[in-house]
Ligand binder design. Structure first.
Ligand SMILES: Cc1cc2nc3c(=O)[nH]c(=O)nc-3n(C[C@H](O)[C@H](O)[C@H](O)COP(=O)(O)OP(=O)(O)OC[C@H]3O[C@@H](n4cnc5c(N)ncnc54)[C@H](O)[C@@H]3O)c2cc1C
Length: 357
């Protein structure tokens, strides 16, 4: 794949202006604070922009990686080739229903903690369990984010996605097809589709949705994590809009609950940069407990450490590399397997270029 970043930058600049950046350090755009450069970085503010960019990438064969707030990703030290676009679509509206509930139609790029404060002030409950989940709602659907015995599945009605799979199946768009000497049957045939998934179709489970199927991080024979293979447009189903069921509640009660959850986080989670829980909890147990009992709490590699406050958090002390975090993931996972026979699964997702020595 050849991607001429300077020339694509020049093509996109008139449309996106200062929101487009060349060779942008991804460490600035994820809560781990690590990761090399994206060839191009872009923030998308409207559905039209997103659809237009996806069509361009398909037609020209430009690789595109779509992210949200970067609170659940670990970007490689070599960065990401092609374009990394942040979904920053953030409109929402509330429609009251006859039964006294309301449907919230929220664009995928809205930040969960910001939105729930606005909803609580208006006396609408349903999302108040998420003040400690710093991601977007779109990213939240992908992992069925949750906390305090609640998750998105309990309030989500449906989502609308941009489905690029039919276009990718036609040969990765015109650019890629031409490079392989094929011809496409016209632009219409390769157009991405907007489709809706009802909650029952989303396969929502513990930190899981249909959007994660087939995208799990794997581990090589030495125990180092490896990112899932990448397609030209990644992910191939991009969440655009969510419909969420809200209920009437007392604003004071909602605010008190939000504050209680915030304080709980402060007490139990480390203050340094992290991506939250690194591993999923195995059935009937806690990853943090197993890591601690396996003697890995407090271990450091370079400027990254397994937190003393919560062993399922890896923190960046300042200046850590993605490779340091990967080494700690390997260490914690290996020790837990050797001591308890449990294979921990990653909760965070690896993205970009990984060359682990
Ligand atoms: C301090 C801290 C505490 C946390 N606590 C919790 C917690 O209690 N519970 C919990 O569940 N999580 C927690 N997290 C993890 C994280 O906030 C959630 O997983 C969040 O939902 C990720 O959203 P994001 O927008 O940051 O996604 P990103 O990290 O940007 O992306 C995650 C994945 O989703 C994909 N993606 C993002 N947006 C879209 C979209 N619109 N369409 C399709 N794919 C998309 C990306 O490609 C990537 O693969 C915590 C993180 C931190 C830093």
């Amino acid at each position: 794949m050849t991607f001429d970043a300077e020339s694509v930058y020049a093509t996109l600049l008139p449309r996106f202006g200062r929101r487009l950046r060349l060779h942008e350090p991804l460490a600035r755009h994820c809560t781990f604070g690590v990761g090399g450069p994206a060839d191009l970085w872009l923030s998308l503010e409207t559905r039209d922009e997103l659809q237009w960019l996806v069509r361009c990438c398909l037609a020209e064969g430009w690789p595109l990686l779509v992210v949200g707030n970067g609170t659940n990703v670990l970007f490689g030290d070599a960065g990401v080739r092609g374009i990394v676009a942040r979904v920053a679509l953030s409109d929402y509206r509330l429609v009251e229903q006859e039964d006294g509930s309301a449907l919230l139609y929220a664009e995928a790029g809205i930040s969960w903690p910001k939105l729930l404060n606005e909803l609580a002030a208006q006396g609408w409950g349903g999302l108040e369990f998420g003040p400690g989940i710093p991601g977007t709602l779109g990213g939240g659907v992908v992992s069925n984010a949750g906390a305090h015995q609640r998750d998105l599945a309990q309030v989500l009605e449906w989502v609308e996605v941009l489905d690029v799979r039919p276009a990718l199946a036609l040969g990765n768009g015109r650019g890629a097809a031409e490079a392989e000497g094929q011809s496409l049957q016209g632009e219409e045939a390769a157009a991405p589709l907007v489709r809706r998934y009802e909650r029952a179709e989303l396969e929502l489970g513990y930190r899981h949705s249909r959007f994660r199927a087939g995208r799990q991080v794997t581990f090589d024979e030495r125990g180092y994590p490896q990112p899932a293979p990448r397609t030209l447009i990644e992910p191939a189903e991009i969440v655009l809009l969510l419909a969420i069921r809200l209920r009437r509640d007392d604003p004071r009660k909602l605010r008190a609950l939000i504050e209680e959850y915030r304080q709980h986080r402060k007490r139990t989670q480390p203050p340094q940069p992290s991506a939250g829980s690194v591993f999923k909890n195995p059935p009937g147990d806690y990853a943090g407990r197993l890591i601690e009992q396996a003697g890995a709490k407090g271990l450091c590699h370079g400027r990254a450490c397994i937190s003393e406050r919560h062993a399922n958090f890896i923190v960046n002390l300042g200046g850590a590399r993605a490779a340091d975090i990967a080494a700690l993931i390997r260490e914690a996972r290996t020790r837990v397997r050797e001591r308890f026979g449990v294979e921990l699964e990653l909760e965070v997702e690896l993205r970009g270029e990984w060359e682990i020595a």
